[in-house]
Design a protein around this ligand. Structure first.
Ligand code: CA
Length: 227
């Protein structure tokens, strides 16, 4: 009997878990500006670079950390809503360059689940995604801040996606742009592709355990096409 050849292997189903802000949408500059401005109105110091370092946490987690128990949850929700309104008023952010081509490539493979795993809690999330990337996402394949108790950097959001996918961890891949998002994905035991779309250095992503760091979606697409 001849040994098994690589091209004898049947295609194995895979799942890709995409973070949203900074990975699929170029929304982080607006988030950072909105956070800095609204925080300052409430006497809180939250510079834009810190926002990138904290990216991935839910809004309430960020505020609890900033306020250190000096405001109750009702006040924090008010501040979060104020920040969400300002972000909304800044207009719809553009998709990240190359994200549409990458998603279309994965969808056309026919054996790949495409998920969203985000700390965002916006009710209009699916409509936004479907408008920017028509026909790619389904409401069933989304994990948002409303679905889990502990957000990133805890592993819970990615563990929830993995469990719902029904696949083994070796068949699942995370695409993230933020250090704390990478930390969450690696704590869940998943292969993690970091796409650095922001101002932080690559080493911040590598330090959290990213398996590869790419300079953009086009670079990740080339990598997937050649593997
Ligand atoms: Ca992100």
């Amino acid at each position: 009997m001849r040994p098994i050849q690589t091209n004898d292997l049947v295609t194995v189903e895979q799942a890709f878990f995409f973070d949203m802000d900074g990975t699929l949408f170029d929304s982080m500059p607006n988030h950072a500006r909105a956070w800095e401005t609204v925080a300052a109105r409430h006497g809180l110091n939250f510079p834009q670079l810190t926002c990138y370092q904290q990216e991935g946490r839910t809004g309430m987690d960020i505020l609890r950390q900033l306020c250190q128990g000096k405001k109750d949850d009702a006040e924090l929700w008010q501040i979060y809503e104020e920040k969400s309104r300002m972000f909304h008023d800044m207009g719809e952010p553009d998709p990240i360059k190359g994200a549409d081509r990458l998603l279309t490539y994965l969808q056309q493979r026919g054996d790949t689940q495409i998920w969203i795993v985000t700390g965002s809690a916006q009710q209009s999330l699916f409509d936004r995604l479907d408008l920017a990337f028509p026909g790619i996402f389904t409401r069933q394949r989304m994990i948002t801040a409303l679905d889990i108790e502990k957000g990133k950097p805890a592993p819970d959001p990615y563990l929830a996606a993995w469990q719902k996918s029904g696949l083994s961890k070796e068949q699942c891949f995370v695409v993230e742009n933020a250090p704390l998002g990478v930390r969450s994905a690696k704590a869940a035991g998943l292969i993690t592709y970091a796409v650095n779309t922001g101002p932080l250095p690559d080493k911040d992503l590598l330090r959290e355990g990213a398996d590869h760091v790419f300079r953009g979606m086009n670079e990740l697409l080339l990598f997937l096409q050649s593997h």
